[in-house]
Design a protein around this ligand. Structure first.
Ligand code: ADP
Length: 425
């Protein structure tokens, strides 16, 4: 490993303290999202996106936000290498310069870590190869993640790079939760099992719940509902997940913006035999043309509510199907946990949509679950929205995946060369 200990690396004491800042990269198939994070203070110093990478006939769209100013550009972006060069150019031009920011590490969000990565790892050539070897399990996600790591290591070779896996937290699932009841030899040979995703968020939210309540995470049983465009639920006992809704891929479980979530697998056979759809078309159908979008024509909940208010029956059904599935998971996880101390809502829908939160928790007083209308309607950071009398606290906890990735990156690097621990708040 050619990475110098922190004290010997250039500019270890930047404006952001001894751990400098962490550049967090999230490389999608046609987008690069980046955020420069202060891992100690927790704030995003600057953030941006490069969209429409490599799309023929489309101009790339770049946004970069720093010190309250949003800069917007439209230019050709041939590939992920070009995207990262543009992003680094924005730091030079708009600020902060990366020299001033004192980058301590680059943290990469990687979707699939298979059964071999149960925590963050400092990246070397071998790690890149091992992440690439997992592409068959995550053909829609890992190729772009690998590309992002390669170009970032080329362009930012002086700092350590860390891979933080969406699946890592759920490597602790018990066998009865991660095992599918299919022929065991076929499953073993092809790594077919539940892996779970959004793990960084579920782990962060579980820890944040405990800190907000001033309790030990070991003493709390929590159901986390991560409701963004992708959506997943988890049951966490004492900080350790005992079940989660996403499976071999992020397709299983809850109804999502564009994904179906749970369906009878025979739907696939039926459509292949009778609708003449091939595997790729079925993949696209269930991942991109289903969920709330497939049922209503829109996948943004703000638009869905507008349609419902206008009397659109498809939109009303989409909302009901979405809520019905969520309530089934809350019930199932209540049975698995036995005692539920907290239900935590997070991500775009979970943090912002009071109607979804109210509908999920409606008529569950017998289980000790309820939402207080006034608290639910209020805005703000992390908060309790249940009335005072309930057995289970219902909370809204904004997820901060980039911050969690930044902190895990620092911890992984410090694990190589121990310095001081980063605070977690
Ligand atoms: P992802 O990270 O999965 O792309 P996010 O967690 O950012 O998604 O969530 C995006 C979704 O959050 C949007 O598609 C929209 O449905 C929902 N959302 C965002 N803001 C609001 C809001 N104010 N009210 C209701 N839903 C919202």
């Amino acid at each position: 490993m050619s990475i110098l200990p922190a004290a010997e690396r250039p500019n270890p004491y930047s404006a952001y303290g001894a751990h400098g800042s962490v550049l967090v990269l999230n490389s999608g198939s046609s987008s690069l999202k980046y955020q420069l994070v202060n891992p100690v203070g927790g704030e995003a110093i600057a953030a941006g996106t490069v969209e429409r990478i490599g799309e023929t006939g489309a101009t790339g769209i770049v946004t970069h936000t720093y010190a309250g100013n949003k800069t917007h550009r439209e230019l050709e972006v041939a590939d992920h290498g070009a995207a990262l060069k543009i992003a680094l150019g924005m730091f030079d031009e708009v600020g902060p310069t990366l020299a001033d920011a004192g980058i301590y590490a680059v943290g990469h969000r990687v979707v699939h870590g298979g059964a071999e990565f149960s925590g963050p790892v400092v990246v070397d050539d071998d790690i890149v190869d091992r992440i690439e070897a997992l592409v068959p399990l995550a053909p829609l996600h890992n190729p772009a993640n690998v590309q992002g790591i390669r170009v970032a290591r080329d362009l930012l070779g002086d700092v350590p790079h860390v891979a933080v896996f969406d699946t890592a937290f759920f490597q602790a699932l018990p066998a009865e939760a991660y095992t599918y009841a299919i022929d065991r030899d076929v499953a073993r040979e092809h790594d077919v099992r539940r892996y779970g995703f959004h793990g960084t968020s579920h782990q962060y939210v579980t820890g944040k719940v405990a800190r907000v309540l001033g309790r030990r995470v070991e003493d709390l049983n929590t159901i986390v509902l991560h409701l963004g465009n992708g959506a997943s639920a988890s049951a966490v006992r004492g900080g350790v997940p005992i079940d989660t809704s996403m499976g071999l891929t992020p397709l299983e479980g809850l109804v999502m913006g564009t994904r179906s979530g749970d369906v009878d697998p025979a739907v696939v056979f039926h459509l292949a035999r009778n609708a003449g759809m091939d595997i790729d078309e079925l993949d696209t159908l269930l991942n991109k043309r289903s969920g709330v979008l497939g049922l209503s024509g829109v996948n943004d909940f703000r638009e869905l509510h507008r349609l419902v208010e206008d009397g659109d029956e498809d939109a009303a059904l989409a909302f009901d199907v979405y809520i019905h599935r969520l309530r089934k998971y809350v019930g199932a996880y209540t049975a698995l946990l036995g005692r539920v101390d907290v239900i935590a809502f997070t991500a775009g829908v979970g943090e912002n949509d009071a109607a979804v939160r109210a509908a999920v928790c409606a008529d569950l007083e017998a289980l000790g679950i309820a939402v207080d209308d006034e608290r639910n309607a209020a805005r703000g950071a992390e908060r309790i929205i249940s009335p005072d009398w309930t057995k289970t606290l219902v909370m809204v906890i904004p997820t901060m995946e980039e911050l969690a990735i930044a902190r895990q990156s620092v911890e992984a690097v410090d694990g190589l060369h121990p310095t001081s621990a980063v605070t977690s708040g």
